[in-house]
Unconditional design. Structure first.
Lengths: 633, 633
């Protein structure tokens, strides 16, 4: 057995090693102030001019000698001939020491009448009121804001020296192809360098991505040496694991020294730090999720220690909707979606696989589970680091329960109204419990037939809830041959997942002795998803399976309908007043949405709203929905 | 009297008028995904590829048939010859259905030994595990993050369509000169277009600044017409007030129509909205503070209604350290500095003048006082909109009391350690009260002579406090002629501000009958600052004044010393453990800092720390510090 990592450091130790080995570097570059927003000043900047430079009118009006206005009053106007007209910003000539607003003056040829004495200095900005030549404008290390740029320009600058770190990024791997290339099977588009460049530029780094390098040690060596000579920090993307072509650690050891290989963080464990010619070289994991975590948690704080600007971060405190176990000894970062339910924030984790890049897109934040924590149980209060702006988090709707194509379509339509519907799988009973507990905005149910078990909403008994119909979908026999019910007698039938409408159909076929138990393959847990049913039929391991029409057709199987499955959303009555759910209902009831479901749904009931607890449901049994023409044969 | 504004709208009404008159515009532009961070997608984007496209190894190891591994165990290894070596990301050939990690395999030529059965699908990523072709990646209106860019590239995109608004900015004014020009007296560097461009670009606008236009109606008209034909929104900067050359409103009325002139907001009241050729034209006030407020509070929310991205904003809740009155009927925005004192946030307002651009640089936030509020008293809890990142706010030290050159130097030195020392003027007694109340981090005192009144720290009696010496500064006679004490008998002497060391000197000279009351000019309140004393002497309205050596010399006056003024900082004992105050003390005690004070301080005591309440002070009377050689004559 081979050793996977030379040494596994904690994240905090890894960062300390990195800061200690490379205490200070990066440089300074002078750029136009118009480009400097968000950058960090590399030296203090002092005003070149006094502003205003002369006594200046603060208002539009007339400049006067205050001593000549003494005694003026509402009933006793004074007429002045010794004055000049000034507008805001004009220099007040040395002969005058006050300005009277134009609204308070009656001009009359070369003289004017005033009705109030002016005090010395009135409406005059003295020289240096804003800033005096030589005053500090911004100190070294100041992160420049738009209003600082304007001030720098006002006080004499058109350029500013800012801190900069040159970062070189080397993508390595035979399987990688460049962005814009159509990947062949097994090829992957190289995107880690793009993320690194976009992300680190925001800190003030100047990023250079080198050409893609094959898994060829001499080539890697050559590129690495060139990058180290040209950059302050080098990132080598991928080649950090234990595969046959993972040359990063070996090349670093050959050209310099390895400071660590492996960090106790998930994702991101294969991270490497090396030193070549006095420069830091970081090896990034190949999977985007791991690579991004190493950049965010290790490289970014390191660059901040070199003087670049930290990124803005928001924390939201909320409660976990699911248990969140974590391996002791690892700093773990879990992508999550946080949403607001009746004013409380609830947090749903996404699956943690480091190959699941889409979860970072779906997530609006991440949860850090420190290395000394074994995680938390559902209901615990935790802090989330947001990756979306607060206004987008406020627009998130949390849906728990079944998944189905209708909810996917609904999420697409809602997204165009800036509402993010995120759905998380759970069993019906537990999903209804979440609605009762106010830990989700709505629940999705896939109900076999149109049969609504009167006990189905018992869990909601103290809650006034409404069901919103999405539509009903045909369920039937998927096969390569077009089998109907009467054809099943001699066929191998793939079992359906427990709890599914397909499983209920099989159970009824068994009860009616249309089929017998020997025919049903994969009893127990081996068939976990409807996709697996389809796959078993396509592979020929079974002759037929019970599935939805849409999946069978997408897979190119013949389909004969047997019954329906109804898809509904359940929400609290009062949440119909929530603008986000109001938008959802508007969409459900629109003809455009109905049309978009046509390809796989019977939309007779789409958009209908029914109270869950009043028994107004159409009480039709599963049997009533048995479709009569499914005989076949 | 003339009418200043044609109509004064509330800010909320102004925004509604603007959104209603121009319900939707702006367009879409396709840009490289590498430039798209922070931009808003103008259409939904769907995956072009299924990722992974084939069953893929999730680990480095060997691909096997799971059925051939059944029965393998720690004590019962199985030898396999039907396998292939795979690395993470490699396609698993169709003949195999599981991957065994390389760490769990003993390779032996063309066969290998395993000690554990593999379950079907183990360590294999099924096709589409991350995303399936046609899945939504990001919806229309989504603000693109770095991780979205990486995902877009992985799923087939190198470009993305984003929302864009073209904004034209026209700077107008005879007094304006371009950035990079050295302004002559009365000239102002034009920076509002730079701020507008920097600020609005962050929302996703494409900004074009037109050449500076003189106050010449035909030229303004021509430029405005060209801008309206080229842009989606036009900003005309300045020319919005009632001055003789304020042509914005008149030109808009000539070319189109005026929707409002004047908004009940401070700063920013002169804002204008017009319509020319169906396009919105906004008139911005000339002063930077007003202009920036109109851009932030009116133009930015309007552009967000057109689909651009809102800017990130942080709120900090804290207590007002000062009364904050406000005019009823106006939305007011006050620049403030918020800092942390023993874990509580305290808020100090900066002066509100719209010509005081430097206050926006000093401030780390602003307070919004809604139009229906008359403001708040000190101690009230309010929400602050931050303009600096939270980590910078945490680095702010609040100092209350006197101002002096030593504190300015200290602030500069601290800034280079990323500590922002902000000082706010207050009387000694009230400043000490703030320290007792924990509403500031430290207090600055300018103490006449070295005489420390034992009662001075009575206000702190329950607080253990320490005084940190900055240094002592000479105070004496500033004159055009080099007058000493004995020369004062026949001179006109400018009075000094109440409470100042200068005033104490004058009072003693009067007591000793060195001078008589008739000689003292500006009794009462007319001389409010030391700068005014200097100015009165320079103008010849007085022959001499009592002031500090440094101010006299800076103004080119002769100076004869009389006594000293000691400058100390007072902090709570426990705050010496605060890392920021620890840094401050390190600086105070460094030779470099002492050297930097040399030009105006006696630094014998600089950096000395004394407990305020123990009486260890050197009890020397004011008299003892009378400098003997100040006789002159």
């Amino acid at each position: 057995m081979k050793k996977r990592y030379l040494s596994l450091q904690t994240l905090s130790a890894a960062l300390t090693i990195m800061k200690t080995a490379f205490p200070q570097s990066g440089g300074s570059v002078t750029i136009s102030i118009s480009e400097s927003e968000g950058r960090v000043a590399s030296e203090p900047i002092y005003a070149r001019y006094t502003v205003p430079d002369s006594p200046t009118a603060e208002m539009d009006g007339i400049a006067v000698k205050s001593s000549e206005t003494v005694g003026a009053g509402e009933q006793r106007p004074i007429s002045l001939s010794n004055f000049v007209r000034v507008d805001t910003g004009n220099i007040v000539p040395a002969a005058f020491d006050a300005v009277i607003m134009i609204e308070d003056v009656r001009l009359d040829g070369s003289s004017c009448a005033i009705r109030k004495a002016a005090r010395p200095g009135q409406h005059i900005r003295p020289p240096g009121q804003d800033v005096r030549k030589g005053d500090l404008i911004i100190p070294q290390g100041h992160q420049i804001r738009s209003s600082d740029i304007s001030a720098l320009a006002s006080y004499g600058y058109d350029e500013v020296a800012v801190k900069v770190v040159r970062v070189g990024i080397i993508p390595v791997g035979n399987e990688l192809v460049q962005i814009g290339t159509i990947p062949r099977p097994g090829q992957v588009i190289e995107t880690n360098s793009l993320f690194a460049s976009s992300f680190l530029s925001r800190l003030g780094a100047i990023c250079t991505t080198y050409d893609l390098v094959r898994d060829d040690p001499p080539l890697i060596e050559e590129t690495l040496q060139r990058a180290v000579s040209e950059q302050d920090l080098v990132l080598i993307s991928s080649g950090t694991s234990a595969g046959r072509h993972d040359y990063s650690a070996r090349t670093i050891m050959k050209l310099g020294r390895l400071l660590f290989h492996g960090v106790a963080m998930l994702p991101g464990k294969p991270a490497i730090l090396g030193e070549i010619g006095g420069k830091p070289v970081v090896g990034l994991p190949g999977y985007p999720v791991g690579s991004q975590t190493v950049l965010r948690e290790l490289v970014a704080p390191f660059l901040v220690s070199w003087g670049l600007a930290p990124l803005a971060g928001w924390i939201v405190r909320g409660r976990l909707a699911r248990d969140m176990p974590s391996e002791l000894g690892f700093d773990e970062y879990v992508p999550v979606t946080v949403g607001s339910v009746n004013g409380s924030s609830w947090i749903f984790p996404h699956p943690r696989g480091s190959g699941l890049q889409m979860n970072l897109v779906r997530a609006n934040g991440y949860l850090h589970i420190p290395l000394a924590s074994e995680g938390w149980e559902s209901g615990a209060w935790v802090n989330i680091h947001c990756t979306s702006l607060p206004h987008q988090i406020d627009r998130t709707l949390l849906c728990v329960g079944a998944k189905n194509p209708g909810i996917t379509q609904l999420a697409y339509a809602l997204a165009n109204r800036s509402v993010m519907l995120q759905s998380f799988y759970d069993l019906h009973s537990r999903a209804l419990h979440s609605l009762k507990n106010n830990s989700c905005n709505m629940v999705a149910l896939n109900i076999p037939g149109l049969e609504v078990n009167p006990g189905m909403f018992d869990g909601l008994k103290d809650v006034s809830a409404v069901a919103l119909h999405i539509g009903r979908m045909q369920v039937g026999i998927g096969s390569r041959t077009g089998a109907g019910i009467l054809d099943l007698a001699n066929m191998r039938i793939a079992n359906a997942p427990p709890g599914s409408t397909g499983r209920m159909v099989i159970d009824r076929l068994l009860t009616e002795q249309t089929i017998n138990p020997d025919q049903v393959l994969g009893n127990g847990n081996s068939v976990k998803t409807e996709a697996a049913v389809i796959s078993v039929v396509i592979n020929g391991r079974a002759d037929a399976g019970i599935c939805s029409a849409v999946l069978a057709r997408e897979a190119g199987l013949a389909f004969v309908p047997i019954t329906y499955e109804s898809h509904v959303l359940v929400a609290r009555n009062e949440s119909l007043e929530d603008e986000r759910i109001h938008s959802l209902l508007q969409i459900l009831q629109s003809p455009e949405f109905r049309d978009s479901l046509d390809y796989c749904y019977d939309t007779t009931l789409t958009g209908k709203v029914e109270e869950c607890n009043t028994g107004s449901w159409q009480e039709v049994s599963f049997l009533d929905n048995w479709i009569s023409d499914s005989g076949g044969g």
